[in-house]
Design a binder for this molecule. Sequence first.
Ligand SMILES: *Cc1c(COP(=O)(O)O)cnc(C)c1O
Length: 386
Amino acid sequence: MVEMSLHFSQTERDLAAGGVLTIDLAALRHNYSVITQRIAPTRAAAVVKANAYGLGASRVAPAFYEAGCRDFFVAHLGEAIALKPHLNPDATIYVLNGLQPGSEAACARENLLPVLNSLEQIENWARLARTIGSKLPALLQIDTGMARLGLSAKELDRIIDEPSLLDGIDIKFVISHLASGDEPENPANAAQLATLTAALARLPKLPVAFSNSGGCFLEKTYYFDLARPGVALYGVGPAPRHDFENPIRPVLTLSARVIQVRDVDEGAAIGYGGTFIAPRPMRIATIAVGYADGWFRSLSNKGCAFFGDTRLPVVGRVSMDSITLDVTALPEDTLKLGSLVELIGPHQRLEDVARDCDTIPYEILTALGDRYARIYVDRSTADRQS
Ligand SMILES: *Cc1c(COP(=O)(O)O)cnc(C)c1O
């Protein structure tokens, strides 16, 4: 969010932004709890990488902590260091991407746990353990069919042939990651599970962390000891299925300010490149959100906003800081300078916006940017981040 000095009131802050992003901490806790109940006795971590999927890790992670979460996954060491002051010392923070050579000492000093994804990362962590003369905790990742991060089959053979490679490393969990956990019917899931099970049989008995959000909605055999849900915590539940109701609650709403309303004649060209020509006299409202706010340019002449139940189609290109809407369907003078229209909320879900952009909700969330006025609500009480 744009930094503003303290003498601005909350209302002034609100009005100084192009839109208002409201994040419901109670919904975050609810989603954590329903996942925990579903997978019990498996524990649930919270994946809070990329600033908690764009929603603000410093506010979101403590909400999960309050709901009972003690395990937090980020992608980078820098994210872990930034998050640490916002959590009690009994929380553990894990670094999914592992460590760059030379950053091992900083990670150990901060009591953060790296995921060791390669023989090189194992070697570097073991070397530091030897240097300081005590064991160092870490997670060990095994690739089971994604070819992204983790030990390959060959590398796994290597550490099984030469267990001393792991000397000095206290492995807290063996982890792996599902490539298609969100597709319950995809046979790749069972294949990954079988590969993981075979690998575990060759290693000393260790706790296992496997499932992402998708995995938490597969069968029990995918749960093991610790799950790593991310997107479901942020309100994106499993695709509709016949066997259960989606227990996940939406977490955010996004509204944008009207900055101008005008009537245009038939034939008027709207926006950059004149890609929309008014087919009849129309009323156009310009709102103060654009692609710099994560409202992708691919939504040009596509998608919509809502005012009450009225759908307001996007006409013309999405600009960096604004979008033009066809508001002809609304009675004149309904929208004025300062009115708010809904971009994400009860009429248009995050999933709908992602579909209109040919992308996934993850990309919309993490692109929201920091120009909105962010309001963190907790059922009835509201407070905000300044
Ligand atoms: C991002 C990520 C997760 C969380 O995935 P979701 O699909 O958001 O639940 C879990 N594990 C790893 C290794 C990840 O990279």
